[in-house]
Design a protein around this ligand. Structure first.
Ligand SMILES: [Zn+2]
Length: 325
């Protein structure tokens, strides 16, 4: 299934398939919550379709043996590798398995497709192991790499792929699309917190993160006023929600900084302006700036090292607001 915002990338791929010019390694740069995996699977299904969907620049037929196996999730020539857990890397063993799949004979006599979801989580050893295969691609093997950004991808991998970027819809379009799915109105700030990625925004609401975040934000804004009451409440809510909540709070702090400079348009927290104003009036700009940086580096630290005592580190970070008063 394709989503409306995927049409232009899909049409580009259809053209290449029809002309027989599809590159052996496609790299799709798209955020989480953009439906990127569904798009990649649709490409794989099309290439594998035994009724010639790819050559005709068409859609998978849905009735051939290959399409049936694909829909059942048991296609023997379609392989997926992804991090075992959020925040984990794709290891070198998983990539070596990809390299073996790449040189195998196709079970159905067509192409073999290898999808690497989260290619930007490959460590250096894993990326180097993949590089050799991308440099000398075995015939009849199509790689599809998915990455959130190019920042964490080795340039050598990047340069051997045909790159595509999946643009997210405008904030208003995302808002309308999610509202239609959920049959309720939603806040613009929910869209902005999720980088305008429609599925991420929808999930944020469906999983109740919007309600929990509102609670966290209220506690945080309360804490930011001297005499700084409720430090452990904020730390507890943050820890329960997971370290990505630090990212949301850092967006809030950036909003406060913008407010202090009079730049009040386009704040992420467009529906929580009283809280932004209150915090902007209570905390000095230098502290806000330092604490925003500290929140971002703590987020990255917790992302890379899941074993750390998050609550303790978050308490430490929060005390930074009180230190210079
Ligand atoms: Zn088919």
């Amino acid at each position: 299934m394709l989503y409306p915002w995927q049409e232009s990338v899909w049409q580009g791929w259809q053209q290449l398939l029809a002309q027989g010019r599809m590159h052996h390694a496609i790299l799709l740069v798209a955020p989480y919550g953009s439906g990127r995996e569904a798009l990649a699977r649709y490409l794989a299904k099309t290439v594998l379709c035994q009724n010639g969907a790819a050559g005709a620049g068409g859609e998978p037929c849905g009735v051939c043996h290959s399409c049936k196996l694909f829909e059942a999730g048991t296609h023997p020539d379609f392989h997926v590798v992804a991090p075992l857990q959020e925040g984990k890397q794709i290891g070198v063993d998983a990539v070596r398995q990809c390299n073996r799949w790449a040189v195998e004979t196709s079970q159905l006599g067509g192409e073999r497709i290898i999808l690497i979801d989260g290619a930007d989580t490959m460590g250096e050893a894993a990326a180097n192991a993949l590089l050799k295969t991308l440099e000398e691609p075995p015939s009849g093997c199509q790689f599809i790499l998915l990455a959130s950004s190019l920042d964490n991808l080795l340039p050598t991998i990047n340069s051997r792929c045909n790159k595509w970027r999946l643009a997210m819809p405008t904030e208003q379009d995302t808002k309308r699309w999610v509202e239609k799915q959920l049959m309720q109105t939603i806040k613009l700030e929910t869209v902005r917190l999720n980088g305008s990625a429609p599925l991420a925004t929808q999930q944020f609401i469906e999983q109740g993160q919007d309600i929990r975040y509102a609670k966290l934000l209220a506690a945080f804004a309360e804490f930011l006023r001297p005499p700084f009451i409720g430090l452990y409440d904020v730390a507890g809510l943050c820890t329960q929600e997971g370290h990505h909540s630090l990212k949301w709070l850092s967006y809030f702090l950036v909003d406060c900084l913008k407010w202090q400079q009079g730049a009040t348009a386009h704040l992420v927290h467009s529906e929580s302006l009283p809280l932004v104003e209150q915090a902007a009036n209570a905390i000095a700009p230098m502290i806000l700036l330092d604490q925003t940086r500290a929140a971002n580096s703590l987020y990255q630290k917790l992302e890379r090292h899941p074993g750390l005592n998050a609550e303790l580190l978050i308490v430490e970070w929060l005390t930074g607001f009180m230190a210079q008063h």
